[in-house]
Design a protein around this ligand. Structure first.
Ligand SMILES: [Zn+2]
Length: 86
């Protein structure tokens, strides 16, 4: 059985912080933990890539611009990642 080490930032928090991260709004300490998690988590790296792609399409980061369906897809994607990671 794989033992998951403790993470300061769990994936859910990364999802919540990704907007601030991309806007450069995170404090240096939080950003460092954020990036440390990304380096260790391909799922969040992929999520970040998707958010970047969204920004490049819309020209700005505005999660509220996502349709409810898109938001549901992100949530669903995450549930799947999380379940696979266990
Ligand atoms: Zn993660």
């Amino acid at each position: 059985m794989r033992v998951l080490r403790h993470r300061d930032l769990v994936c859910q928090q990364v999802v919540e912080l990704v907007t601030d991260y991309l806007e450069g709004a995170l404090s240096r300490a939080v950003r460092r933990r954020f990036e440390a998690h990304l380096a260790d988590c391909p799922h969040c790296t992929e999520y970040l890539a998707q958010m970047r792609a969204t920004i490049s399409l819309t020209g700005r980061l505005a999660p509220e611009d996502l349709t409810p369906q898109q938001q549901d897809e992100f949530v669903e994607l995450y549930r799947r990642w999380r379940s696979e990671a266990v």
